[in-house]
Design a protein around this ligand. Structure first.
Ligand code: GTQ
Length: 348
């Protein structure tokens, strides 16, 4: 059985001060706080960001911050439990909502954190990744992997807004986060080349069987395909199983990025779903529909384009608010990193 550990107050002051003056600390007074028994200490709060609150402020940023003065015009979704200034939705996940106006370009750069974009509204936006021009339609997922060049642009007529998810808190915490500015990219690959090469799951270019594998063979996952897959899957899934798909690398069948994972969930009309409790933290973005999320007992009513965060080890329930139409949710989590580090867990 564990007993109470000694505290700093138990120690002679001159001994403790002597340690501190030599950049030393005793472990035992802090052991339980850094390595608690049973469950991790969590500061992340279940938090909901309503699109109706973010959108007008983001459009105002369009007036206040010219793209040349912003590079990336983004409002960051900060978890209040983690300190707003730390710009963490969860301990490992950064989420920002980015606005680009017609005719604007966001300059070419590359950086050590990985990023993905999930389009919320507007037509005509695009991202160029390593010379490949990737169109951005509502619900599309675009990957900008670590250290690959990327720039954004907008050829349409209405504002384009997307959600950025990055592993920035993690990479910043490693003191490894930095960017390099680049010259404007020339588009070398035809529009949508990676999506053409990997058009359908299970069918890959023959040469990819013997070629050295590209780490990121597919950079764009069109929502149209994801939604159709979910709808089809709902038809062959029993009522007690969830309708949930993962975005993967088409060559390996494994997660498409090293640290963060991406998936999409369909809540059938009237469905109430209890997610498997697990070690990973996550962020949910509502693509379509309304409902209620209950995270560690805290209920949050969600609507289209709202975003909410759940801490590690959280108890999560999702209920579709409609008995007639499905709801669709895009999910970002840090399960790939938990798996790689060897401590991914599912409970119950
Ligand atoms: O679009 O490259 O939200 O570099 C934060 C950092 C977006 C981007 C963010 C970035 C970007």
């Amino acid at each position: 059985m564990s007993s109470a550990l000694g505290t700093v107050a138990d120690l002679p002051a001159d001994y403790y001060d002597g340690l501190v003056s030599r950049n030393l600390l005793p472990l035992w007074p802090s052991l339980r706080s850094v390595l608690p028994y049973g469950n991790p200490a969590r500061k992340t709060r279940p938090t909901l960001w309503r699109y109706a609150d973010v959108r007008p402020n983001l459009l105002r940023a369009g007036e206040l911050a010219p793209i040349e003065k912003a590079e990336r015009r983004v409002l960051v979704l900060c978890n209040p439990g983690l300190g707003l200034e730390n710009m963490q939705a969860t301990p490992s996940i950064y989420i920002g909502l980015q606005l680009i106006l017609p005719g604007e370009t966001a300059p070419n750069h590359r950086h050590t954190p990985m990023a993905v974009r999930f389009v919320i509204e507007g037509q005509g936006g695009y991202t160029v990744v390593q010379g490949e021009k990737l169109p951005m339609e509502k619900g599309d997922l675009i990957l900008t992997p670590p250290r690959l060049w990327h720039q954004h642009g907008h050829e349409g007529t209405e504002p384009v807004i997307w959600l950025d998810a990055l592993d920035l808190p993690l990479i910043y915490g490693l003191e490894a986060s930095y960017a390099i500015e680049g010259k404007v990219q020339t588009v070398t690959d035809p529009r949508n080349a990676s999506t053409t090469r990997f058009r359908q799951g299970g069918i890959v270019p023959y040469a990819s069987l013997s070629e050295r594998r590209d780490d990121y063979p597919l950079l764009r996952f069109p929502w149209r395909e994801v939604r159709a897959t979910l709808t089809g899957l709902a038809g062959v899934t029993s009522k007690d199983a969830s309708v949930h798909v993962a975005y993967v690398n088409p060559e390996t069948g494994r997660e498409c990025m090293a640290t963060l994972g991406f998936s999409a969930l369909m809540l059938r009309p009237g469905e109430e779903l209890r997610l498997t409790r697990r070690s990973a933290s996550s962020v949910f973005h509502v693509v379509e529909g309304t409902g209620t999320a209950t995270v560690d007992g805290q209920a949050m009513a969600f609507g289209e384009s709202d975003t909410f965060a759940a801490p590690t080890h959280a108890e999560i329930r999702l209920a579709n608010g409609s008995g007639k139409t499905p709801a669709f949710v895009f999910i970002v989590d840090d399960a790939p990193m938990h798996r790689k580090l060897g401590f991914y867990e599912e409970f119950d």
